[in-house]
Design a protein around this ligand. Structure first.
Ligand code: GDP
Ligand code: IMO
Ligand code: MG
Length: 428
């Protein structure tokens, strides 16, 4: 069982950090394959809480080698401050490996992200403002700067100059923004080179060798299925592929090497930023989910939009990712509701629809069709096995499993590592 993908099945913040950390002790490598420091992954170990943005959550497991794959976009200043923050807390980060082919988020990418959002006004995406979209745009436009460029000053200078030649025109003429000076950017980027050099490696070669040797490799997604640029609620998405295929391109590992794909699924739904969200609640229930679930963004501090569980989305995640398992998180947050609505289908312009519509217009018109499942009041945070759960909580999990199309192999009943019910092993 050497290579597993662990990814978000909804709109991000499903609890991927916790799930990765849980497996961290049993895997040899944890690899981020897309996204950047738009991610905020929370890991709680004992009384210590960590918020990771760019580093794979496996960094907290001493036996595990964390890898930043080629598909990630790296803000070097964020990376270095995240590393030093962990070092100050006694975490050894010396094993980290970074792909030389990963793209760098430059200061001008962050500027473009911010001015573009401002320009869009009420049509904005609600990005994290971390320069993610513009950096991926440069990659696809073939004007990006890669980690390896830090080690060749002449190439770095040429590439930054070429990128700014165009961008400064746009910044000045469209956004009324002052020009960005090539030399300043190059100097700043070169300032990171020495600190990063020791981490840079041919991660594709290394990961393929590791898999061939029978080592266990876990690919940790950022964001979630519905934020995927191809399969999500475009244009209200991030600019990468968090879905399972992204692990192959973002790490340089072939699909035949992936043996298991685990979807992290919250027992209700949340979303940050703009875009459609059929089960969103604007009432006291939504407020209660937000406060009980602590639904505030780890990266931007924004309140997360909250709503009931949406089985149409879960089924869709099973389909586009080829999920073999779900890890259902935050079941404990639902304790106390007399009955819990679950969206089983949509009504779109008077018709019942069972599958996620491909049409953006239809999805905007989708109204949830709810089934009401009986709730429970017993504290479930100490449950260690499925049979410890109250009957109605068991029935809720079973109903979700049936609707979602893949087995629920683990259940989160609290944020801590040990607050997990393991139903089936992920590693057998
Ligand atoms: P990620 O981005 O997918 O890693 O998720 P976030 O860290 O942004 O948000 C998930 C939040 O839920 C974090 O605060 C976690 O500590 C917390 N969490 C994860 N699993 C559980 C769970 O089963 N129960 C509870 N109550 N909290 C959880
Ligand atoms: P984790 O890994 C939730 C959202 C932003 C915005 C959209 C585009 O913690 O689950 P971007 O800055 O990526 O261009 O923003 O994507 N977004 C996330 N929402 N969790 C995340 O990461 C997210 N990363 C990006 O809010 O709507
Ligand atoms: Mg998060």
């Amino acid at each position: 069982m050497p290579a597993l993908v662990l990814l978000g099945a909804q709109w991000g913040d499903e609890g991927k950090g916790k799930a990765t950390d849980l497996l961290g002790g049993s895997v040899d490598y944890v690899v981020r394959y897309q996204g950047g420091n738009n991610a905020g992954h929370t890991v709680v170990v004992g009384d210590q809480k960590y918020a990771l943005h760019l580093l794979p959550s496996g960094i907290l497991s001493p036996g595990c080698t964390p890898v930043i794959g080629n598909g990630v976009v790296v803000d070097p200043s964020v990376l270095l401050s995240e590393l030093s923050g962990l070092n100050e807390r006694g975490v050894d980060t010396s094993k980290l490996l970074i792909s030389g082919n990963a793209h760098l988020i430059t200061p001008y990418n962050i500027t473009v992200d911010k001015v573009t959002e401002r320009f869009l006004g009420k049509r904005k995406i609600g990005t994290t403002g971390r320069g993610i979209g513009p950096t991926y745009a440069d990659k696809i436009n073939r004007t990006g700067i890669r980690v390896q460029d830090l080690f060749d000053e002449s190439i770095l200078h040429q590439k930054v100059e070429a990128a700014l030649e165009y961008k400064n025109q746009v910044l000045a003429k469209l956004y009324n923004h002052r020009a960005i000076v090539t030399e300043q950017v190059v100097e700043e980027m070169l300032g990171y080179a020495d600190a990063l050099k020791g981490y840079v490696a041919d991660t594709t070669l290394l990961l393929n060798d590791a898999i061939d040797e029978g080592k266990v490799v876990l690919f940790e997604g950022g964001q979630g299925t519905l934020l995927d640029v191809d399969h999500g609620t475009y244009p209200f998405v991030t600019s990468s592929n968090p879905t399972a295929g992204g692990a192959c391109t973002g790490a340089g590992v072939g699909p035949t090497k992936i043996s298991r794909v685990i979807g992290i699924l919250k027992a209700y739904t949340t979303r940050v930023g703009a875009g459609p969200f059929p089960t969103e609640l604007f009432d006291a229930d939504g407020e209660a989910l937000r406060s009980i679930g602590g639904e505030r963004g780890v990266t931007t501090g924004r309140d997360r939009r909250c709503g009931w569980f949406d089985a149409v989305i879960a089924r869709y995640a099973t389909r586009v990712n080829g999920l073999t398992d779900f890890f259902l998180t935050k079941l404990d947050v639902l304790t106390g509701w007399e009955q819990i609505p679950v969206c089983v289908a949509y009504e779109i312009d008077g018709k019942r629809v069972e599958e996620l519509p491909y049409s953006q217009t239809d999805f905007h018109h989708a109204k949830p069709v709810y089934e009401y499942l009986p709730g429970w009041t017993e504290d479930i945070t100490k449950a260690k096995s499925f049979s410890d759960l109250p009957k109605n909580a068991q029935a809720y999990v079973k109903a979700l499993e049936e609707m979602s199309g893949a087995p629920i192999s683990a259940i989160g009943v609290g944020p801590g590592r040990d607050e997990t019910i393991q139903v089936n092993s992920f590693l057998s």
